[in-house]
Design a protein. Structure first.
Length: 200
């Protein structure tokens, strides 16, 4: 499925969030300055619609989704029972590419997506090449045997950060033990405003 392939630094600056998960000092200084020669100029007060739009764009940029993919996901969530914002974040977090990233099997979500599409990730022992695959409780994902011989990937796996409470990790494999709950993930956007945007 299609995905964003443009300049990621520009996208990060546009949304004001570090979607590329890098710690460069130059990016940190410029995150709050929109791209373009007029980026530093003062802007007019943003409308409610504008605020909702920006939150939607932040979520899309963070998880690497295009509009059609994101809209379908929101529509699916809107038909389910429960808190819509919580459900939306849960669906985003349990996408296979994000699952790979959260287990520190990849350095960034972009790299995680590449691992999946190139067939280097297995789900319950079977190769899966669909980044948008929605993981379910009990699903076990792992790096392929080929990637386990990749020095760069394995170095990152070994240095990986602690996994979130709804995941378990052992070596190059991880398991979704439960669906994400409020407080498990600190999102850089408002799911409430996103739901309101699509409810217009």
């Amino acid at each position: 499925m299609a995905h964003y392939i443009g300049p990621k630094h520009k996208l990060a600056r546009r949304e004001g969030i570090n979607i590329i998960e890098k710690t460069s000092a130059s990016l940190a200084r410029r995150l709050n300055v929109p791209p373009g020669i007029h980026g530093k100029k003062n802007k007019r007060r943003t409308s409610e619609y504008g605020l909702q739009l920006r939150e939607k764009q932040k979520a899309k940029a963070t998880y690497g989704l295009l509009e059609r993919q994101f809209k379908i996901l929101v529509e699916r969530v809107s038909k389910q029972k429960g808190d819509k914002g919580e459900l939306l974040l849960g669906h985003l977090e349990t996408r296979l590419d994000n699952f790979v990233y959260r287990l520190s099997l990849a350095k960034t979500r972009f790299q995680a997506r590449q691992l999946v599409t190139h067939g280097h990730i297995t789900v319950n022992g079977k190769k899966m090449t669909i980044p948008s695959y929605q993981a379910e409780e009990g699903d076990v994902i792992s790096l392929s045997s080929k990637m386990q011989k990749n020095i760069v990937i394995m170095k990152h796996v070994e240095e990986g950060k602690e996994v979130l409470p709804f995941l378990e990790k052992q070596g190059v494999a991880g398991k979704l033990v439960r669906m994400p709950k409020p407080g498990d993930v600190v999102a850089p956007f408002s799911t409430r405003q996103i739901i309101e945007y699509y409810s217009r």
